[in-house]
Design a protein around this ligand. Structure first.
Ligand code: SF4
Length: 328
């Protein structure tokens, strides 16, 4: 089989949290990303989904080394980029870009659109004709050359996100982490931006990690979906299997929260008990057990491993791991 474009192996990002002071000082660890592994092939989109605080954005940023991972490997085009020096990593960033959630905050209000899109080309001192490239990019994202001399505040949220996409495309990246790129936009504009990302993917063979807190947002753009809970992947599989045959109780609850489009159609909503536990002090055993109505005695003590339930479809739940089947 073809070598994956990206292979994430046992990625961890722990943040120290200091409690107390002096002799009473205690350092605890917030395990934002805890042993995350997956692969991604060229031209593919992996949807990364979970409630806020589950570690999905931290995973995206740790992959790009915008924050330094605590441990693990990120193999990009056959090379472990975690081992690169800062200087080597800066060069590598040409090929690995990010689109941020908030187009209002991610564009410098003092720069014109032309300057914003040209900035990465200038930083990397490309030999390209910058003016020509910027004009080409603004048109690729559905805006016009007449927009280039304007400032970000003159645009709507959807248009600003288009400018952010043009900037991310400037250096011909291979991988783009789309970090909740449509969460701040109106529903009608969300579809337009997702369609644009799909068109650009086809044209340039781009590979996406598409982060969202809502499963319905990733349905149309992703080939595979990974669901995260408290820093861990709890289910990962092809999009049809996740939507039609979800196994993990958490994925089922997220799916049940998606509104049904047909008027009058009913769907039983699964109400999760309690709140998401603190990642500083996660529960023992399966971290989902305090909210899981189907928990068994083993769930309170032992963290389940990911097990394959169908080809390419893995789930972290004792109900599928054998122990519960054997009556433990
Ligand atoms: Fe629920 Fe147990 Fe499965 Fe965790 S391992 S999701 S607690 S059934």
């Amino acid at each position: 089989m073809m070598q994956p474009l990206l292979e994430v192996r046992n990625l961890k990002k722990y943040f120290p949290v200091v409690k107390g002071f002096g002799p009473f000082k205690e350092i605890r660890w917030l395990k934002a990303v805890d042993d995350v592994s997956f692969t991604l092939h060229k031209g593919e989109t992996l949807g990364l989904v979970g409630e806020s605080g589950c570690g999905k954005s931290t995973t995206g940023r740790a992959i790009l080394r915008l924050i330094e991972p605590t441990s693990g490997e990120v193999i990009f085009q056959g090379e472990n980029i975690i081992a690169l020096s800062q200087k080597e990593m800066r060069k590598k960033r040409r090929e690995m870009q990010i689109i941020f959630q908030d187009p209002f905050a991610s564009l410098d209000p003092r720069m014109t659109v032309k300057e914003i899109i040209a900035e990465p080309l200038r930083v990397f001192k490309t030999r390209e004709n910058i003016k020509k490239r910027v004009e080409e990019l603004i048109e690729k994202v559905g805006l016009s050359r007449s927009h280039l001399d304007r400032y970000p505040h003159e645009f709507s949220g959807g248009q600003r996100q288009r400018i952010g996409i043009a900037r991310a495309l400037a250096l011909n990246p291979k991988l783009i982490v789309c970090d909740e790129p449509v969460s701040a936009l109106d529903v009608s504009v969300q579809a337009q931006v997702i369609n644009l990302l799909e068109d650009l993917q086809k044209e340039y063979g781009l590979t996406y990690i598409f982060i969202a807190h809502d499963l319905s947002v990733v349905k149309h753009i992703s080939q595979r979906v990974a669901v995260m809970y408290l820093g861990k992947i709890v289910e990962l599989g092809p999009v049809e299997q996740i939507f039609n045959n979800a196994k993990h109780p958490y994925t089922k609850a997220l799916l049940s929260a998606i509104p049904v489009p047909e008027p009058g159609a009913k769907k039983e909503k699964i109400i999760l008990e309690g709140d998401v536990p603190s990642p500083i002090n996660p529960p023992a055993g399966c971290s989902f057990h305090p909210r899981c109505s189907g928990k068994k005695p083993i769930c309170i003590e032992v963290m389940p491993d990911l097990v394959e339930v169908e080809k390419g479809h893995v789930v972290r739940c004792h109900l599928y791991s054998g122990e519960v089947k054997r009556g433990i």
